[in-house]
Design a protein around this ligand. Structure first.
Ligand code: GLN
Ligand code: ZN
Length: 762
């Protein structure tokens, strides 16, 4: 038992605030409405009403939780960066002929051949935003929708409403600029100023400016830009509240705290902000927004450590305001709905609504309010109860301790292994793993869950899908087959369901982008594999064909990065635990006859820390985790890995260190750039450079694939090249997949013959 908590030494009344809330709706109302609208089944007015209803509910929830300053205006029909781009009058030329909602959704999703704005990850989160394109063509700004929202919020919340604006420097730094930064900044400055003047005339009492770009390593290069813009904006006379999150201010701290704003919010859950505060102090004329309740994970606050941090902050300044560390959009709504989770676990989880309570509770505690100490003590006790409950596995723990360098290494170097591995024709053809997840396949799982079909009936139906998939791949004449992943809802969830130490929620959805939501598993204890996870389906598939079938696994880093990690163990150790479980799976697949095993790591790059100075530490253990999963494989076993939709240029040596025999990558988004990054670096292992885009229903022609392969042949020896689509085919229809694969194989055969002829002529 930790020492009992005591009341604060001095009582202090501090306000509470929020800086954003989930937008998707408690029951994913926005997702459903959006999809109905896109299918022509819902009018735009109804869609907008849905969004307004969610915003109102969010405001009511935050008000009821006792939040003093509520961030408003972060609601969006698709993405706030898109909204701000339009409000600021930044619309790329290619959308000029469109207007209104047609233009809005064209920018989000593309329209009749006009490509959408590029989508990319929002800092180090799993949320994706649309990248504004700032050129010399500016339209009139139009803030009317934002202003209307702010007015509604004022009616409901009065002066508690604090509009959320994406700050100008962050906006620019996340945009693609085709004009000089200074020129764009000058334009933007004037437009933001006009917005502030409007808000002031409405009687708004303060505006949040979100500037997370201030935590990036190179923020110091933009000091004068920040200073100039915030000078201009503060001159309007409306109090500005500068909000940063996701990491510390680093070297930018000393001047960032002096920007002419009324308050500055810092994230005290990540990075070194506390040390910076202690070292440099804090200006007495400003309020410090203390982001102390972690908005990026699902765990309840740990009273002892939070109170220690608070006390240290109060030593420096007592003019503070308490709040979540960032927008709560990164966590689900309400853990109370997760009635199927074991109580000891549920009691130490905290979703958005619980995080509001935590903020309020901390403020009550500082105020000396009766009951606050008890309430915090109760939370501390729940953590104690949880430690007794959370699955500890001494075998895994001692295995981890006993690891030596050898465990991270294949027993032979690549060149030697290659000779012993399966011999295939030149330009071998394969796919990335999944085949169409039709409504019928998804329905099977629903029926199984509802108890309408037995496990045996479910498996029989899955096996029928596998059989069909094998037959179609044989007909298409592919060289290396897959079973099709029909039994998997999602590449992470499927493994999380079978590994001890992972919990799954029923309603724990968070927005990934637009209408897309994900339900990340929660790691809550030591991870181990009670039994094989993929063997049954592999065996079924391999028994049906003489061609090799790939074993298909999701890699340890992707498993970790697409889950909520536990907070009492370093991420590295969690990745290694997963890797050990996968290593056993690799051994079992080998024993079952797998000659090729693919370990997917599409999320490897995503896990990179925001600060570049922390990259090498992450990459070092992340690559080690992969090597631990694959290292036990026999030299005869060919290990593949797959990555997609990310750049490799700056991490190429780490990709090499993965030591996979074959690396398949997506290409459609990068126009062979990823391939060139790899080949320029002298990559010696085999590469499958995606030959067609799996996100488009268009069937690639033989000529297209031939052209794509010829590009690869110009940069790599033929013996190093594989032929595959960009990524898994689960979102496609069979009618698209079959002709596409046939054309892909035809292209490979054509070039194979040409290559052989040219060899025999030599
Ligand atoms: N094997 C997975 C699939 O084909 C890989 C998915 C991914 O890269 N995101 O679906
Ligand atoms: Zn992929």
């Amino acid at each position: 038992m930790s020492k009992p908590l005591s009341a604060p030494t001095v009582c202090l009344s501090v306000p509470t605030a929020t800086v954003g809330f989930p937008r998707i709706g408690r029951n994913r109302e926005l997702k459903k409405a959006l999809e109905a609208y896109w299918q022509g089944q819902l009018e735009i007015d109804r869609l907008q009403q849905t969004a307004e209803m969610i915003a109102q509910e969010n405001w009511n929830t935050q008000r009821a939780a006792g939040i003093d300053y509520i961030g408003v205006g972060d609601m969006s029909l698709y993405d706030p960066m898109l909204d701000w781009s339009l409000r600021l009058g930044i619309v790329p030329e290619r959308f000029a002929a469109l207007s209104g909602w047609e233009r809005y959704f064209a920018m989000a999703r593309g329209y009749e051949g006009i490509p959408a704005l590029e989508m990319t990850k929002w800092f180090d989160t799993n949320y994706h935003y649309l990248v504004p394109e700032v050129g010399d063509r500016w339209q009139e700004p139009d803030f009317s929708d934002f202003v209307a929202t702010v007015q509604q919020a004022q009616q409901l919340l009065g002066d508690s409403a604090r509009p959320i604006v994406i700050g100008p420097v962050t906006f620019l730094r996340l945009s693609r600029l085709s004009i000089p930064l200074e020129q764009a900044a000058a334009q933007l400055g004037d437009r933001y100023q006009a917005l502030l003047e409007t808000l002031q005339s409405l009687g708004v009492k303060g505006v949040q400016f979100h500037e997370p770009a201030l935590v990036l390593s190179d923020a110091v290069n933009f000091q004068s830009l920040y200073e100039r813009l915030y000078q201009q904006l503060s001159a309007v006379g409306l109090p500005l509240h500068l909000v940063t999150y996701f990491d510390d201010l680093g070297a930018a701290y000393p001047w960032a705290v002096r920007l002419p704003v009324a308050s500055l919010s810092l994230d005290f859950t990540r990075g070194t902000n506390l040390a910076l505060l202690q070292q440099h102090g804090f200006p007495p004329d400003k309020t410090l927004g203390v982001g102390i309740v972690d908005a990026r994970n699902v765990w309840a606050l740990q009273p002892q450590s939070v109170l220690t941090t608070l006390e240290a902050i109060l030593q420096v300044t007592s003019q503070i305001q308490l709040q979540p560390s960032a927008s709560l959009q990164f966590v689900p709504y309400d853990v109370r709905r997760e009635t199927k989770l074991a109580a000891p676990l549920r009691r130490v989880l905290s979703f958005a609504e619980q995080k509001l309570e935590e903020v309020r509770l901390l403020a009550d505690y500082l105020k000396g309010q009766a009951g606050a100490v008890d309430a915090l003590q109760q939370r501390a006790n729940q953590w104690t109860a949880f430690s007794a409950f959370s699955p500890a596995n001494s075998t895994v723990q001692s295995q981890l301790k006993a690891l030596t360098a050898k465990d991270f290494e294949r027993s032979l170097p690549y060149e030697e292994r290659r000779k012993q591995q399966i011999q295939l024709p030149l330009l071998p053809t394969t796919t990335i793993g999944s085949f169409p997840q039709t409504a019928e396949v998804r329905q099977l799982r629903v029926k199984l869950k509802r108890g309408e079909i037995s496990q045996a009936a479910y498996e029989a139906a899955i096996d029928a899908e596998i059989a069909k998939c094998i037959r179609l791949q044989e007909e298409a004449n592919l060289d290396v087959l897959v079973h099709g992943e029909f039994e998997r809802t999602d590449m992470v969830e499927f493994f999380a369901q079978q590994l001890s130490g992972f919990a799954l929620t029923e309603h724990g959805w968070v927005q990934s982008y637009g209408s897309r939501c994900v339900r990340p598993p929660i790691i809550y204890g030591d991870i181990f594999r009670p039994q094989p996870m993929t063997l049954r389906e592999f065996k079924v598939a391999q028994s049906l064909t003489g061609k090799p079938v790939k074993g298909m696994l999701t890699g340890p880093v992707t498993m970790l990065n697409w889950s909520f990690p536990r907070c009492d163990l370093p991420r590295q150790e969690q990745a290694f635990q997963i890797a050990l479980a996968l290593r056993q799976e690799v051994a079992d697949l080998e024993a079952a006859g797998a000659k090729i095993i693919q370990i997917d790591e599409p999320a490897l790059r995503e896990g990179l820390p925001l600060k570049t100075e922390r990259w090498s530490d992450y990459l070092s253990w992340a690559v080690d985790a992969f090597r631990l999963a694959a290292g036990g494989a026999q030299p005869q076993t060919q290990i593949h890995t797959h990555m997609c939709y990310s750049e490799f240029g700056d991490i190429i040596e780490h990709i090499e260190r993965l030591d996979a025999d074959v690396l398949s990558i997506e290409n459609s988004r990068s126009n062979n750039e990823t391939l060139f990054e790899i080949t320029d670096a002298g990559y010696r292992h085999q590469v499958g450079n995606g030959v067609y885009d799996v996100h488009s229903p268009a069937v690639p022609t033989v000529e297209q694939v031939v052209r794509q392969l010829k590009t690869a042949l110009e940069h790599l020896p033929a013996a190093q090249i594989w032929v595959n689509p960009d990524c898994g085919l689960k979102t496609r229809r069979w009618e698209e997949v079959i002709p596409a694969l046939k054309n892909m194989v035809a292209a490979s055969l054509q070039l194979r013959t040409e290559l052989q002829n040219s060899v025999s002529r030599e």
